[in-house]
Design a protein around this ligand. Sequence first.
Ligand SMILES: Cc1cc2nc3c(=O)[nH]c(=O)nc-3n(C[C@H](O)[C@H](O)[C@H](O)COP(=O)(O)OP(=O)(O)OC[C@H]3O[C@@H](n4cnc5c(N)ncnc54)[C@H](O)[C@@H]3O)c2cc1C
Length: 535
Amino acid sequence: MEKIKEINTDYLIVGSGIAGLFTALNLSRLGKVIVITKKDLSESNTSLAQGGIAAVSAEGDSWESHFEDTIRAGAGLCNKKAVEIMVREGPGRINELMKMGVSFDYKGDQLDLTREGGHSRKRILHARGDRIGVEIIEVLSEKIAVSGNIEVHENTFLLELLKSNYKDEDRVCGVLARTGNLFRAYIARAVILASGGCSMIYSNTTNSRAITGDGIAAAYRAGADIMDMEFEQFHPTALYNPPEPFFLISESVRGEGGILLNKKGKRFMPDYHPMAELAPRDIVARAIYNEARKDSRPYVWLDVRKHEVSFLKKRFPLIYSTLKEKGIDMAKDLIPVAPAAHYLMGGIRTDLYGRSSVKGLYACGEAACTGVHGANRLASNSLLEGLVFSGRIPLRILAEEKDVRFPMDRLDIELPEFVTAFQAYNTLSFDEDRQEFREKMTERAGIEREAGGLISVLDWLEKNRGICGKREKLSDEGYELMNMMTVGELTVRASLLREESRGCHYRKDFSESSADWENKHIVLNKNSGSEVIVL
Ligand SMILES: Cc1cc2nc3c(=O)[nH]c(=O)nc-3n(C[C@H](O)[C@H](O)[C@H](O)COP(=O)(O)OP(=O)(O)OC[C@H]3O[C@@H](n4cnc5c(N)ncnc54)[C@H](O)[C@@H]3O)c2cc1C
């Protein structure tokens, strides 16, 4: 194999969603930044975001109210310090976005705010109707293009984190990545994983195909702490239209008065929660799951027929046109919806400045876990989290990594043996194994779990551990499956350990929350096993 190409930079970021791009812009003031991303720059969950971003801006609203709503949704598990930082710093970060050119929707001269599930008032800013993600990514990308200090390497797949013994300290010093057939060792003072969550481990998901938990799996292999993996949020309302991917019908459709009906046409959410359709997501998702089961079919109806076509077209242009293409007219027809895996609350454990448990390694956005979302994320808090905590990373890097000199003065660093063993990859197809694994996760480690089902997934993983073959020979698809199986195993292990139900984690065999588990987080580490901690 040709020599692996070495590339030196000050800071290496993996991922081009809101977290990766915002970190890149902030870090570019401190040095040279390279962003690597798996597909093209715009491929991410951020680009798919529809509903909006939550932040206090209306008169009469307060950070205390946003704080309380977030804590309530998090079901006794939020890291309160992280929540306070997010809701207090959020409005300032949104102002930064506006100054960069992000254009939110206005009604007259006021921001046009909407309300979503779990929020006690209207505080969701939206853009281009229901295309906030595209608006943010386009603006951040334009800024990056003219920044002069940031390179973006597209179609470049993170394989492994590289470690060194710099000054006798075990630390991350870069990443091994691959662009087509070309292997590259990026050497950097600090690596920031902004590679998103892992909802592709489920067969019914709203996520981009790129979101297979690669960063979390690589961090685990490098010895980082991984926390709260049992908490996967299922979005209640994705369009049920198999075999196509689950297209999201944003929460704001319910925010604008959409109601849920069972087979008989009866509105059922008021029987489940006083906030009815705007109850926290786990409650709405499980209610839909139950009602659909009672009706012996895989979906319920979402009804927004009270609105005029003109309103729906203006307020939900993407949803309206996508449904129309599929033969559904929102103004006249009921929409078949079912829950789908949507967001990972857990991930790489970080402090409040994005620092992981391994020196030189940082994480932000959905890949990271500060504990800010607890057991259940409040709607539209994830873009906000990505923004706020990625904005804090440069502060810690400035304090801790700016004097690290190895990348610059050792251009010819010796790569570890496992890296040099990487070879041109084989072209095996993993489609069937991938599908089987994802279906198992959905059936047995999804909205409802119990010990027997979870153990059977672990057995399957154990039996099939070898299916991917040697990692040195894996194609990107093979690597994805290996990573999905790793994060799937972490999800199942944490779900088995937590013998209670809380937020998005529902155990049929332990259907109540237990005071013993309040405020307790499960941390998994390759070297030290599992630990239960209080933040
Ligand atoms: C359909 C949908 C709608 C949503 N709507 C909202 C909303 O309205 N409001 C809200 O707050 N949240 C919403 N969310 C959640 C929110 O979009 C995400 O949590 C957030 O965008 C995550 O941002 P991120 O930067 O952490 O990761 P992402 O935006 O997911 O970006 C991850 C990046 O990492 C790259 N990557 C992954 N693996 C590798 C690898 N091996 N090598 C190189 N690169 C890699 C990916 O290609 C991608 O560029 C929505 C999510 C979905 C799926």
